[in-house]
Structures are given as C-alpha cells and as structure tokens.
Design a protein around this ligand. Structure first.
Ligand code: ADP
Ligand code: ADP
Ligand code: MG
Length: 660
C-alpha cells in the first residue's frame, strides 16, 4: 500500500481524506495556500507544503506547484478531493507520466465523461436512457430556436463544460431561447473558458437521483445504490439523502444497472457518480457523470458501511474490489445538510467572517440516531471570500427515514454558529416541513415552499413555550445578579407583538415553574446552561431538552428555536400595557441609500457627489466569495454622498451611496 499521499484540496474534504489515510496507516501531505496556513487540515496532516497565495488560480489549481510538492515530500499518490483539479484529465495524465498515482479514475475516463455533450453520447451508446434533446453543438440563436421547437418547450440550455449549477437556463419559448442562448454562452465562456452549448428537454417537476459507482483496475464495477439530491437552490444541492424515497427495488436495480453499464463502457476504475433526473412517475434520464468523489458521498457511506475514500485509494494502488454487487445492502436511512456561510434571511447572500462561536453535535451514536459531521473548521477560524462557502456537512443516520429526519432536526438544534450568517435556520425549516417528511420531493421544492424567500417559520406551540421559558429564565438570572433583584412573579412575555401571561414559582428551589395559559411547565434550574453573554441557552422543559440561540437586545432578547426566530420581551403588566399602545415602529427610511448587501470588498463606486444618475445605472460593485454583486440605482437621482471607495472592506448594511 502507499506510504504517503498528498492531498490537493482544502477544507472539510481534505480533513475527510486525512481521516481515512490515518485509519489505513498512510502518512499525509497537505498542500495549502497562504489563506489556509492555520487550517485544521494543515494541523492534522503529517506534513504540509505552502503552494501559493490565496486565490485558487495561484495555488490549488496549479498542477506544477502540486507536482513540485509531491517531489519535495516523496509522496506516491495525489488525492484531488472534489472541485479544483479533481476532474482535470490533463492533471491526471501528467501525474501518470511522472509516475505518481492519481487517486481517481484514469484520464481517458475523465475525458470521456468530462463534458456533458461527449458523456451524453457515450451514455446513449451504452444503452443508458438520456434526456431527449439534441446531441450536437448549437452555434446560433436561430438554430437554437429551431431545435428547441423540435424538442418542444420548455427546453434546458446547457453549457457542455458546466458544473456546480453554472451555465444552465430554462427557456419557455422562442424569446427566452434567443436571450438565454446568448447568456449561457457568455456565462460558460467566463466560468469555464469554453462556450459550447447544447439543448435538452426540460423535465418538469423532476427529482435528482444519482447512482454511486465504484470500479477497480481489473474490470470490476459495482454500484452502491442511489442518493436523492432534489433539495436544490439554483441547481445546487443543499440537502441530500440515501436511499431515495421515490425508488422501488425494481427502478433502483434498473438505474444501478445503467450506471454500471456506463462505467464499464469507459473502463471506470474509481469512485464516481452517474446523475439522473427522474420524473415523479419514476422515469429517469441520464444527466452527467461526475468522475470524482461527490460532496454528498457520506450518506452512501452511512447506509452501506463502505468507506469510499478507502476504496479509491485501494483501487488506485491496484487492489481488486473486495466485494461484489450481491454483498452490498442498504441499511437504514441517511440525510446530509450542507451548512453554508450564507444568510437565508437576506436571499442567501454569502456571509463570510470569523466563526466567533462554533459548536456542533459530537459525532457518534445518540438516542435513536447517529451523527456524522464532516467539517474543516474550528472555532475562531475564518470563512474567507476565496473559496466555497461550505462550513460543514452534517449527517444523521437512523434505521428509518422518519427517525433520520428527527435526528437531523436535533443535530441542527445542537449546531451553533456566531460571527457570520449561516443557513442552519433554513435547513431546520425543511426538516420541520410536512412535505419534506412525506418524501414528495422535487428540484423546485425550495422555490415552491419558499416563494418569497426565507423569513423563518412561525413558532408553533412548543417553540413559543421554549421562547417564553428561555426569556423568563434569562430575565431571572440577570435580575439575580443585579443589586436589587426583583421578586416579581407575574410577567407578560411578548413574542414579537403577541402577549403571553406568565406566573413564576419555584418548587422546592429546584425547578422554576411557569404557569402558561393555565398550564404548569417546569424548567429545572440545575439543567440550565446559560449566563449573560452566552449565545446559546440550553435547558430541559418538561423533560424535553432544547437549545436556543439567544442574543440580548434593548428590553429583551432575540431567540431562535429551530426555524423560528422572534423578538421576545419580558415585561411587567404595566409596561406591557404601554407597549401595546406604542405604534408599530417604522423602519428607518433607506429608500435614498444604497447599502452593501453583504460583507465584502468594494470593487468600485463609479459615481461622484453631485452626479446625476439614471435608474439602472451601476453605482457600486461589491465582491465576496468569488461573487461580484453589481448594485444599480433604483430610480433617477443625484448623488449626495459616497460612503466607500474601491478597495474598502465593508460590512452588510454599510452605506455605499446616498441620494439627495
Ligand atoms: P456535487 O454534485 O458533488 O455537489 P457539484 O457540481 O455541485 O457537485 O460540485 C462539487 C464541488 O466542486 C463544489 O465544491 C463545487 O463548488 C465544485 N465545482 C464543481 N464544478 C466546478 C467548476 N467547474 N469549477 C470549480 N469548482 C467546481
Ligand atoms: P451540474 O454540472 O451543474 O451539476 P447538471 O447537468 O448535473 O449540472 O444539472 C444540475 C441540476 O439542474 C440537476 O440536478 C437538475 O436539478 C437540473 N437539471 C439539469 N438538467 C435538467 C433537465 N433536463 N430537466 C430538468 N432539470 C434539469
Ligand atoms: Mg450535476
């Protein structure tokens, strides 16, 4: 077996690969950019090599630097992880030429599956069912319109080189097609340096179901069943699970057989994924093959017990697959949530920053479920604007889907991040939705269920009780530390503007009893974990443990419990009465301001004080997380002040431009 492996990646996937290497007794070399010098992966690896500055194009994407690091450390193989060089046939070939093992498939297989047009042709030849459409390249908008009419609208316009949900657009009619065709071509050129575009039928209300395959260098190929990844935002996966709630055994075996046939057709000899779109009627069509480890591979590992990274390493070394198809079985159900540094309350804008507090549930067996957490960061680390904003992949396994959902909900409740915006409340909301539980999934799920974006879910009875209990208990704790503690027992708790009367008592000093709407609830004092300044409140309400994110604000708290968030005030009945008479507070008038929608770097502010600006004109460009945000004037006006200049770092809501 290899003695030393170099990991040409970063973050959570690098950590993931190091864990398997350790288990196998293989030592590791971690390459890193200047931004990652203090990262967990670098700390965990046996050796590390600096390969360049923060931008990936000057570090993680530089084959030369990586090969140099291999030479310098005497590593025998390279694991590319996903993204970066993982699907770069040229890189795999160079390693082969230099006598270094690539822990992935052979370069010919990467090439064959490397772009969507070629891979679709291979798939059709291998007898795999493909999305009806046009197999060739399309050159002009006129040709696109003609072919789209033949296919029949709606039609999907796709960049052949596309990936990560980029370079994809739906056209409903001729006008969309002409416009979309040009847009996809331009986007593909900018993102992939390749503007080849093709068309295929848009499958309405589809599900994304993919098959994990595994091959060795001796011609053996097996599949490890499916994953369903239908919960997507802008064609990017957010929540994945295995198995799929849609498939029956017959369809599963048909999909598996087609995926294996395709893998065999290209002599596939590593872990890979064959992606399909499926209709609600279980019809399915090939989308693309990803010739690498997939982000969501942990759910497959959880239901099969197979370590996919270990299998990739073994097959790269030349070992034969140690098991056959008949040895593989599905055990239980697993769900993965991708935790991203993005703010769901602000249209999921990137929200980078330092993880001031970072708490995640411990891995391992719990009450009826198992937690796995693939993370690459620690408390105090920074999620920078240079790379993918994924913080961690949180997984829950249980014997049944229902129990796995419950486990995920609990694991999310035990996840606390402060210092940046994150999508945990959003993930929690999906776990709470009946539709998700019913398994009626579709790639339009998020659009259907959150048509106006995410604003949190309204608190149900239990969540309200949790908010009231936490607020009253925190109020008591704060009061006890005051010089003149209050011994008041009757309070009004406002959840946003909704009033709840609470009577407090102490039974034998052990528990705080709350009388809420005529019912007694109890909160044992010894279970409370909170002190002023802490962002999480943990306690047990009527024997059920809970954790809530809390923050003190003038005369109260904001409390988030699961997907519900509210301003909670603990008031005397007299003050509550005054509150009730106050008019709803008007939000400040921001109509004349252009505010930064996210923390980032100002690229430019191309306007000056006194300048007349027309609606639609660009007034500022902000960059964060490799994404440029162009801010335009909403109406005609005159610039009164400019709040930031090119190169300035800005926080969310900083004023960039003010109009007179
Ligand atoms: P998955 O199905 O594993 O989510 P994705 O296509 O979404 O596959 O991409 C997986 C990873 O690879 C993500 O981190 C994504 O950002 C990255 N990635 C995918 N395609 C590209 C690309 N063309 N260029 C850079 N990164 C990419
Ligand atoms: P990427 O390389 O970006 O992952 P894919 O071809 O895998 O591109 O497509 C990404 C997503 O777009 C799929 O998971 C699916 O949700 C949607 N999609 C792709 N092709 C179709 C299609 N023909 N009909 C409907 N949805 C599609
Ligand atoms: Mg895909």
């Amino acid at each position: 077996m290899f003695k030393k492996i170099l990991i040409a990646n970063r973050g959570e996937i690098a950590v993931r690969i190091i864990k398997t290497c350790r288990k196998m007794g293989i030592s590791t070399v971690q390459v890193f950019s200047e931004a990652d010098a203090g990262s967990l992966a670098v700390e965990m690896a046996d050796e590390s090599v600096l390969i360049g500055p923060a931008p990936a194009a000057q570090s993680y994407l530089l084959a030369d630097r990586i090969i140099e690091a291999v030479r310098q450390t005497g590593a025998e193989a390279v694991h590319p992880g996903f993204g970066f060089l993982s699907e770069n046939a040229g890189f795999a070939r160079r390693l082969r030429d230099e006598g270094i093992a690539f822990i992935g498939p052979n370069p010919e297989a990467i090439e064959a599956m490397g772009d969507k047009i070629t891979s679709k042709k291979f798939a059709a030849e291998a007898g795999v069912s493909t999305v009806p459409g046009h197999m060739g390249l399309i050159e002009t908008p006129e040709e696109a319109v003609k072919i789209a009419r033949e296919i029949g609208y709606p039609v999907m316009i796709k960049a052949s080189a596309g990936g990560g949900g980029k370079g994809i657009r739906v056209a409903e009619g001729d006008a969309d097609m002409a416009e979309g065709f040009a847009a996809v071509k331009a986007e593909a050129m900018a993102a992939f340096g390749d503007d080849r575009v093709f068309l295929e039928k848009f499958i309405v209300d589809p599900r994304h179901i993919e098959i994990q395959v595994l091959g060795d260098k001796h011609g053996a190929v097996v599949h490890l069943f499916e994953r369903e990844c239908s919960i997507q935002r802008r064609n990017q996966k957010v929540i994945e699970e295995a198995p799929s709630p849609l498939l029956d055994e017959k369809t599963r075996m048909e999909m598996g057989a087609q995926a294996v046939a395709l893998a065999r057709a290209v002599n596939y000899d590593s872990a890979g994924t064959v992606e399909f779109v499926a209709g609600q009627d279980k019809s399915f069509y090939f989308l693309e093959m990803n010739t690498r480890l997939q982000v969501e591979h942990p759910v497959t590992e959880l239901i099969t017990g197979v370590d996919l990274v270990e299998q990739m390493i073994r097959s790269a070394w030349g070992e034969k697959l140690a098991f056959a198809q008949k040895d593989l079985k599905i055990d239980g159900w697993a769900i993965e949530s991708r935790i991203y540094a993005e703010d769901p309350y602000r249209g999921f804008l990137p929200s980078i920053g330092r993880l001031v507090r970072y708490e995640q549930p411990e891995e391992g067996e719990r009450d009826g479920y198992v937690v796995r957490n693939d993370s690459g960061v620690r408390e105090g680390d920074e999620i920078s604007m240079f790379y993918d904003p994924m913080i961690a992949k949180l997984c829950a396994w249980a014997p049944t889907r229902d129990a796995a959902i419950d486990g995920m909900a609990r694991a999310l409740e035990d996840t606390h991040l402060t210092g940046l915006g994150h999508n945990v409340p959003f993930l929690a909301a999906v776990m709470e939705q009946d539709r998700f539980r019913s398994g009626k999934l579709s790639t339009s799920y998020i659009k259907d269920e959150f048509p106006d974006g995410f604003h949190g879910l309204a608190p149900d009875r239990r969540r309200k009780d949790v908010m009231i209990a936490a607020a009253v208990a925190m109020n008591e704790i704060i009061s006890e530390q005051a010089e003149d503690p209050s011994d008041r027992t009757d309070w009004i708790v406002l959840i946003d503007r909704e009033a709840h009367g609470v009577s407090l008592g102490y039974d034998d000093e052990e528990a705080l009893t709350l009388e809420l709407a005529g019912e007694d609830r109890s909160l044992r004092l010894s279970d409370i974990e909170w002190r002023p300044g802490l962002g999480q409140f943990r306690a047990v309400l009527d024997d059920v443990p809970f954790t809530a994110d809390v923050a003190r604000v003038p005369d109260g708290f904001t409390i988030r419990s699961g997907a519900a968030r509210a301003r909670v005030r603990v008031l005397t009945p007299r003050v509550a009465e005054l509150y009730a008479r106050l008019p709803e507070k008007q939000a400040a008038d921001t109509s004349k301001l252009v505010l930064s929608p996210m923390p980032g770097l100002v690229v430019s502010v191309p306007v000056e004080v006194g300048q007349e600006v027309k609606a639609g004109e660009t007034v500022a460009i902000i960059e964060a997380m490799k994404m440029q945000n162009i801010l335009k004037a909403e109406r005609d006006g005159t610039v009164k002040a400019v709040g930031a200049r090119a190169g300035d770092p800005v926080a969310a809501d900083d004023v960039l431009v003010e109009f007179a």
